[in-house]
Design a protein around this ligand. Structure first.
Ligand SMILES: Cc1cc2nc3c(=O)[nH]c(=O)nc-3n(C[C@H](O)[C@H](O)[C@H](O)COP(=O)(O)OP(=O)(O)OC[C@H]3O[C@@H](n4cnc5c(N)ncnc54)[C@H](O)[C@@H]3O)c2cc1C
Length: 384
């Protein structure tokens, strides 16, 4: 059996490995020219903390040893159904396969205002983006990161450690990481960033960009104006669905799949950030790998089942750890700080139930309380 895996990120490489293990011939198509790599670690490359080679999954020989034919710089342009199989077209060349695994991942969310190509404005999504940004983070650079979510903050923290680089985070909402953190924990995070030299500007909505000599000018809705040598936007992600649509797959926010990660079209499986599970798309590398293993095995005739892991946020910077699970701060909820040896751990309580736990540099307390999510909380005591 010959299987095409489209996309060589976390999910695609895991799928290719699992399918090859089952004895299938695998062709792995990658739109990128670099060998497959750990995407979360491109931040380290962008800020000069990690070398490119250090973030590769495997050397080229690893793929060869498993009989995986890796085609780099080969974005798949079209897929056609023929008889019982498919013809996959990439770089003008046709490849006949029996089955498909779609692992095209997600793309950075790019609203129309950000879509015009500008030298000083970019997302940080690929190793090529990281390489380009790294060359620009030289002494004297003012970097602006638009978006106070986890990706933006990770970049801000890393870049602030680069000599002579000043960093500003611009967030439209009234606090950082609003979707995951209560005002109490978000406020502590802001203080932490400020101590590390990162300027944080909230309630700030960029309305217009203007190119001026040597910089990009940001014009805000309240009339304010700031200039930066480099601007990176981190506004979230959207599943890359172009090819899924070409294949006629049923899609919502992502490709719809069943528990075996089969799509609505026979002979096609999907995995990673491109799929939706229980109506939601995720951006979690570990989930992408787990899904890749299941989709690859099943495409090669296996019977694996995918079970989603919880949607906890876990972010570890060399000297800052953010952990969060459950609701951030729903209407009518109250917050309770629990004692910790160091750091901060906060419980979110709604109608007497524990609905969220959040921690900054307080892993032990977080682990202790996260297990009790959904349980009743004792109103009088300090703990739950
Ligand atoms: C900067 C950054 C930091 C992150 N940090 C974390 C973190 O700390 N923890 C965490 O869990 N997750 C993190 N994530 C998310 C994590 O990287 C993703 O969940 C994971 O990469 C998903 O894997 P995937 O294989 O589904 O997609 P991807 O890794 O995005 O791979 C998809 C690949 O498919 C390719 N492709 C798309 N279309 C085609 C086509 N037509 N033909 C051929 N190839 C195609 C793409 O170019 C891409 O290389 C981060 C993401 C980014 C961008």
């Amino acid at each position: 059996m010959r299987i095409a895996v489209i996309g060589a990120g976390h999910a695609g490489v895991a799928a290719a490995e699992a399918a090859a293990k089952q004895g299938a011939e695998v062709v792995l198509f990658s739109a990128e020219s670099a060998l497959p790599y750990f995407r979360p670690r491109i931040v380290g490359v962008a800020v000069g903390r990690e070398a490119e080679e250090a973030i590769l999954f495997h050397p080229r020989e690893w793929f060869e040893a498993r009989g995986i034919e890796l085609r780099l710089g080969s974005p798949v342009e079209s897929v056609e159904r023929v008889d019982a199989g498919f013809v996959v077209r990439a770089g003008g060349k046709d490849e006949r396969v029996d089955r498909l695994v779609l692992a095209t991942g997600a793309c950075p969310f790019t609203p129309p205002l950000y879509a015009t190509k500008r030298e000083r404005l970019s997302p940080l999504w690929t190793l090529a983006d990281a390489r380009a940004l790294s060359a620009k983070l030289v002494p004297g650079t003012r970097l602006c990161v638009i978006g106070g979510g986890i990706l933006g903050l990770e970049l801000a923290l890393g870049a602030a450690a680069r000599p002579g680089v000043s960093v500003t985070v611009v967030e439209r909402e009234d606090r950082l990481m609003r979707a995951q953190l209560s005002d109490l924990v978000s406020g502590a995070l802001r203080d932490n960033l400020t101590r590390r030299g990162v300027e944080v500007v909230t309630n700030a909505c960029v309305e217009r960009f203007e190119e001026v000599p040597g910089a990009l000018r940001l014009c805000f809705a309240d009339g304010g104006v700031r200039e930066f040598e480099q601007v990176v936007y981190a506004l979230g992600a959207r599943a890359c669905l172009d090819l899924a649509r070409v294949c006629g797959l049923e899609v919502g926010r992502g490709v719809r799949v069943d528990g075996s990660l089969a799509t609505s079209v026979e002979g096609v499986w999907a995995c990673g950030d491109v799929v939706e599970v229980d109506g939601v798309t995720r951006s979690v590398a570990l989930e992408a790998v787990k899904q890749g293993r299941v989709a690859g095995e099943n495409a090669a005739g296996g019977k694996a089942v995918y079970r989603s892991v919880g949607a906890a946020l876990s972010y570890r910077h060399p000297d800052l750890e953010i952990l969060a699970i459950g609701a951030a701060q729903p209407e009518g909820s109250r917050l309770r700080e629990v004692p910790t040896e160091k750091g901060l751990c906060v419980l979110v309580i709604q109608d007497g139930l524990l609905v969220g736990v959040q921690a900054l540099d307080a892993r032990e307390a977080f682990r202790q309380h996260e297990k009790r999510l959904g349980q009743a909380v004792d109103g009088a005591g300090e703990g739950v």
